[in-house]
Design a protein around this ligand. Sequence first.
Ligand SMILES: C=C(O[C@@H]1C=C(C(=O)O)C=C[C@H]1O)C(=O)O
Length: 262
Amino acid sequence: MGMKSMTLEEVRDSLIRQEDTIVFSLIERARFPMNSFAYEDVSSFAISGFSTSLLKYFVKEIEATNAKVGRYESPEEHPFFPDDLPNSLIAPRNDSQTYHELQFLHPAAASINVNNHIWDFYLKQLRPLIAAEGDDGNYASSAASDLQCLQALSRRIHYGKFVAEVKFRDAPQDYEPLIRAKDRDALMKLLTFERVEEMVKRRVERKAMVFGQEVCLGTDGDKGDNKGKYKVDPAVVSRLYDEWVMPLTKLVEVEYLLRRLD
Ligand SMILES: C=C(O[C@@H]1C=C(C(=O)O)C=C[C@H]1O)C(=O)O
C-alpha cells in the first residue's frame, strides 16, 4: 500500500494539536446564546421543497463550495451532508502527488462517515451545555461558529482511521484474527488505552482553563478575582471527550478495522 508512514506517537501528536482547535471553537461558540431560531425548520430555507433550518442550509451551501474546490478529496475531511454534493472542479495535477498516491489508509476508509452522530450530539447535547439561554439575533454568526465546532470535532473523530491503521500495522498478528472473526468487542478492547484516555481528559480540561481565562495586566485595578471564571466550563470539555469524542473515535477505529482486510 501507501508510501507514507506514520507512528502512533505522530498520530497522537496530531490529536493533541487538534484539542486546541476544539477548545478554541467551543470558546467562540460560547460567545453566543442558544439562538434557537437558527435550528428550527423554516420554509424560507427550503431545500428541494422541504423546510430546513438556517444552520443546515448554511452548512449544505458551504459544503457545496468546499466540494467544488476539492476539500473532500482529502482523507481527513468529511462532509455532514454527503448526498448530492457537486464534483470537484480541480482537475488531477500530474506535477504534484495526489492524495491517492500518498494514500496511507485502506480504500475502505472512504465509506466511513459518522457525522450524523456528531451532528446529533453537538446540537442536542453539547450546544446547550456551552451556550447560555437566550437569543441575541446573531443567527448567522452563531451558525458559523457551530460549523467550526462541528468540523473540528469531525476531523478529530475521523482521525480514528489513521489511529487504527497505525495500530494495525504495528500488530497485524493481533488484529487479523479478530477482524476475520468480526469480533467488535475484542477489537475495541485491543485498541483501547485507558491510561491515555485519562490523560486526554485531564489535558483538555486544563486547556479549557488556560485558554478560557480572562487575561489581566497587573494585580491592582482588577475588577476582582477572575480565578474560576472560564469562557467554557472545563468540566464540560472533559465530559465532551469522555462521553462523545473518544467513544466515537473508537467507533471509527473499529469500523475501519472491520474493513481493513477487504
Ligand atoms: C486514539 C486512540 O485510541 C483510543 C482512543 C483515544 C482517544 O480517542 O483519545 C485514546 C486512547 C485509546 O483508547 C489512541 O490510542 O491514541
